[in-house]
Design a protein around this ligand. Structure first.
Ligand code: SAM
Length: 254
């Protein structure tokens, strides 16, 4: 039986792909461009590398990496996402596979020079296992780059209310706790309801260190710095995403 998160994502695959590929829909495209640029910056030149796209969704990052000269393996739990990914990827050198990234990955140890995991780990309930498996299949000297919605600001975990005419801030939960809830992904038509796993930044960093990886990149992306769409900068004063790079010791780069 597939995990709840995978079933949820599978059920919105077509809506998600339409949203992501709609140049006019700023909530999808603009948001995605910013985080993807940061992931690719941190990943470095993928040309000639064996790359794994972990939680590839409908595969746009896999296609980008393949066009840049990488040989790409891509895995996602949702068959519906993979059907779209295969249809959109044509003859590009991308090999898509269905699998649970919280389980044992279907790849040999020390296979990949680069692993990207774009906007996935806040949707999985066991990042420790997912990051440890990524570390296993990385070659020594290879790099994992992952992005998540920014844990500090996404849904802000609280709200301002007016009480007796005075503004009062009521936190829903404490930032430092890990907890799950159902989020609404706006911008999709209709909006989607999906399980979200909140964890503080330290949980991601600790999972990287527990997998014996070395922290090698850290960035916070924000629409307030979007060079492509200056008209959006007035809407966002916080960071939208967190991007983390982690390198496996050893090898030429380690
Ligand atoms: C927000 S989408 C991101 C997809 C893609 N990386 C992108 O940037 O568009 C999250 C993806 O993670 C996948 N996913 C969630 N939990 C998973 C798991 N345990 N194993 C494999 N895939 C999973 C979902 O099916 C979905 O395609």
């Amino acid at each position: 039986m597939a995990r709840r998160e995978i079933l949820e994502w599978g059920s919105i695959a077509e809506r998600y792909a339409a949203w992501l590929n709609d140049e006019e829909n700023i909530s999808g495209r603009a948001f995605t461009d910013i985080v993807t640029d940061a992931v690719l910056d941190m990943a470095g030149d993928p040309a000639g590398k064996r790359v794994l796209d972990l939680g590839c969704g409908e595969g746009y990052l896999s296609r980008h990496l393949a066009r840049a000269g990488a040989v790409v393996e891509a895995i996602d739990g949702a068959g519906e996402m993979l059907r779209i990914a295969r249809a959109l990827s044509g003859d590009l050198p991308v090999s898509f596979r269905q699998g649970d990234i919280c389980g044992k990955l279907p790849y040999d140890s020390s296979t990949f020079e680069l692993i990207v995991c774009n906007m996935v780990l806040m949707d999985v309930d066991d990042i420790g296992h997912a990051i440890a498996e990524a570390a296993r299949v990385l070659k020594p000297g290879g790099r994992l780059v992952f992005s998540v919605v920014h844990p500090t600001f996404f849904d802000a975990t609280g709200e301002w209310r007016s009480e007796d005419g005075q503004p009062v801030y009521r936190p829903r939960r404490r930032y430092v706790e890990e907890f799950s809830y159902v989020k609404t992904l706006v911008g999709l038509d209709p909006p989607a309801r999906l399980t979200h796993h909140h964890r503080p930044i330290q949980s991601y960093v600790q999972a990287v260190l527990a997998a014996s990886l070395v922290l090698s990149g850290f960035a916070e992306t924000s629409m307030s710095r979007d060079r492509r769409r200056p008209e959006l900068t007035r809407f966002h004063f916080t960071a939208n995403n967190l991007v983390i790079g982690a390198t496996k010791p050893g090898g030429a780069e380690g």
